[in-house]
Design a binder for this molecule. Structure first.
Ligand SMILES: NC(=O)c1ccc[n+]([C@@H]2O[C@H](COP(=O)([O-])OP(=O)(O)OC[C@H]3O[C@@H](n4cnc5c(N)ncnc54)[C@H](OP(=O)(O)O)[C@@H]3O)[C@@H](O)[C@H]2O)c1
Length: 257
């Protein structure tokens, strides 16, 4: 059934993949953004989750709100609170939130903020669905790319990741957005669990950059939690696109050295 959908974060890595899927499925899509954008097949609505401006108008008459926007920090909690307040003023739509596997067991400020956002969603009084996934392939690539000017690529030793492709996360989000509120749904992870240094070597090979990779004994509670594997879900390796598949299809090959 076609629905009126408001999506936050629709211009982000995952959102850019999900919006065309929503349109192809026949939904009427509004994408919240802070700045004006070029005309597109969907409607743009200008608003700011940080200040709350434009949110009530953006949410008016929608059946589903997909909340993907992130400020990558503590601001996410206030942003999610502002969104819920505005959405409740506008109606009683299904709120679909994307979160991260294992956040209650990893001592990272961002993960604490995501957990607080989940709690806001659960207590919002709105019908809700929360999906947790592992790290996106793009994040691993970005960690490597951020070090392109260094003579070595550093990765924490004995840390493994189970990265997932945003297209497969988008497929799941599309399904949940089209269905009834399901509350916490089963986590999803990528098809392979691989050591961080090994993923970095694949990335460097794909972009044709010759660099040693150092698996560094990074200290700290958060890294210990990652070493313990709280952020991965080997039992829920339900997707198919591997990191190497992602690299082959991402244009990474032949990128500047
Ligand atoms: N990256 C990962 O590995 C990973 C793993 C699991 C779950 N997740 C979750 O997946 C979601 C999407 O992540 P992503 O990496 O696709 O995001 P992203 O690329 O970092 O995009 C951030 C989005 O947030 C929007 N935004 C930021 N501040 C805003 C504000 N004040 N008001 C309105 N919109 C604002 C931006 O929209 P405009 O710039 O257009 O305003 C943009 O669309 C996040 O909730 C993240 O926690 C990520």
């Amino acid at each position: 059934m076609a629905r009126q959908v408001l999506i936050t974060g629709g211009t982000g890595r995952l959102g850019r993949t999900l919006v065309p899927r929503l349109l192809d499925a026949g939904h009427d899509v509004r994408v919240l953004t802070r700045g004006r954008r070029e005309p597109a097949a969907h409607r743009w609505v200008v608003g700011d989750l940080r200040t709350g401006s434009g949110l009530v108008a953006a949410a008016a008459g929608v059946d589903v709100v997909i909340h993907l926007a992130t400020t990558n920090g503590r601001g996410d909690v206030a942003a999610t609170g502002n969104l819920i307040e505005a959405v409740r003023a506008a109606g009683n739509p299904h709120l679909v939130y994307l979160s991260i596997v294992g956040i209650e067991n990893v001592a990272l400020g961002y993960y604490r903020a995501k957990l607080a956002c989940e709690q806001l969603v659960e207590r919002s009084g709105l019908p809700w669905t929360i999906l947790r996934t592992t790290q996106f392939h793009d994040l691993i690539a970005a960690l490597c790319e951020a070090q392109r000017l260094l003579p070595v690529t550093l990765m924490p030793s004995r840390v493994h990741f189970q990265p997932v492709d945003v297209s497969e996360v988008a497929d799941q989000m599309l399904t949940y957005a089209a269905g009834p509120a399901a509350n916490r749904v089963p986590d999803i992870g990528g098809p392979e669990v691989r050591e961080a240094a090994d993923l970095a070597r694949s990335y460097l090979r794909a972009v044709g950059r010759r660099r040693p990779v150092w698996a560094a004994p990074v200290p700290g509670k958060a890294v210990r939690d990652f070493r313990a594997g709280h952020h991965i879900t080997p039992d829920r390796a339900v997707t198919r696109i591997t990191f190497d598949d992602f690299l082959a299809g991402s244009g990474a090959h032949g990128r500047s050295r």
